[in-house]
Design a protein around this ligand. Structure first.
Ligand SMILES: Nc1ncnc2c1ncn2[C@@H]1O[C@H](COP(=O)(O)OP(=O)(O)OP(=O)(O)O)[C@@H](O)[C@H]1O
Ligand SMILES: [Mg+2]
Length: 309
């Protein structure tokens, strides 16, 4: 099936790329972003990226999980920090955005969010409650993560004594690099760096407590922030299985059972992909298992089924 017919075939549950009648602000690895007057319209597609490459195979329903979960968290964390969300109800979006009409509702439904356009602060604000991934690699080499010294003898997957803030650069292309808090102060100034660290750790702690009640461990997560009218806002996506590591609490610590994108990374490593093009396709069973994990994360965190829309 061609990309175009996937987009227009509303029977199909997968959306690889959208083409709405609005000026394109940019296409990220996962989101198509449109200008909507002073605001932005962010449409989460079903694209999946791993190791900085978009895979040719979409994961049906993934975009709707990302948007619904971001909305879930945005609506619960407003007392910690303001965020960019204006609306994600498709009818309200069509009503507010000139240029959209009822014909666009099927593309918008569940996956689009109208947001305040912000001046992005170009830092990935990572918080880790558990030691794994690139932090585990760094700890093994140096005994520290992003300049934060950690106790000796920790193992992959161990809980950290307290959540740590390990910022990274937002590289225009390629891989984001971990930076120290001192580097962050040099980039954004001491006052903004302090705000980013405090807000990120508070958001992580709030979400990790909620996740624990739902049978999930929030091992780590990444936030993006922006400025708008002199105010710092949480932007992009929040606490989704794309931006976070969620593990099944029941299987921990015997196994770090991933309810997030790690499942796909593990598959790609198992087939020996060197993380360079050509980018492998995913077999149907890996797509189905990934989709089921994203839906299960949604189900556990919200206590609801993802509605068909
Ligand atoms: N409120 C906002 N104002 C401005 N930009 C935003 C806002 N919310 C999200 N963005 C940006 O929109 C894009 C969303 O697309 P996507 O998440 O697919 O990008 P990405 O591949 O992760 O790329 P990037 O490396 O730029 O984050 C990101 O560049 C993100 O930083
Ligand atoms: Mg992104």
């Amino acid at each position: 099936m061609s990309v175009e017919s996937r987009i227009t075939n509303h029977e199909s549950r997968e959306v690889l790329q959208t083409s709405l009648p609005l000026p394109l602000y940019g296409r990220g690895k996962v989101r198509d972003v449109y200008e909507a007057g002073e605001d932005l319209l962010i449409v989460a597609t079903d694209r999946i990226s791993a190791f900085d490459h978009v895979l040719p195979t979409p994961v049906p329903d993934k975009g709707r999980v990302l948007t619904a979960l971001s909305a879930f968290w945005f609506s619960r964390t407003g007392s910690i920090v303001a965020n960019h969300m204006i609306a994600w109800d498709p009818v309200e979006i069509v009503r507010r955005v000139p240029g959209l009409d009822a014909a666009t509702l099927p593309v918008l439904a569940g996956r689009a969010m109208l947001v305040q356009r912000c001046e992005r602060i170009d830092v990935e604000c990572v918080v880790r409650g558990y030691l794994t991934g690139s932090a585990w690699e760094e700890y093994r080499r140096t005994g520290a993560v992003a300049g934060v010294a950690l106790p000796p003898g920790l193992r992959n997957g161990d809980a950290l004594p307290e959540p740590i803030f390990t910022p990274a650069t937002k590289a225009a292309t390629g891989h984001d690099a971990n930076i120290t808090y001192t580097d962050l102060i040099e980039t954004v100034g001491g006052s903004v760096a302090g705000d980013l660290r405090e807000l990120s750790v508070r958001l992580y702690t709030f979400a990790a407590t909620h996740a624990a009640l739902c049978g999930l461990i929030l091992a780590d997560t990444k936030f993006e922030f922006g400025r708008q009218a002199g105010r710092v806002r949480l932007i992009d996506e929040a606490l989704t299985p794309d931006s976070s590591r969620y593990w099944d609490a029941g299987s921990y610590p015997q196994s770090l059972l991933p309810f997030d994108k790690q499942y796909v990374r593990d598959y790609l490593n198992a087939i020996g992909w060197n993380h360079e093009p050509p980018v492998p396709t995913l077999p149907v069973e890996v797509v189905a298992a990934t989709r089921e994990r994203y839906l299960e994360t949604y189900r556990r965190l919200t206590g609801q089924e993802l509605r068909d829309s």
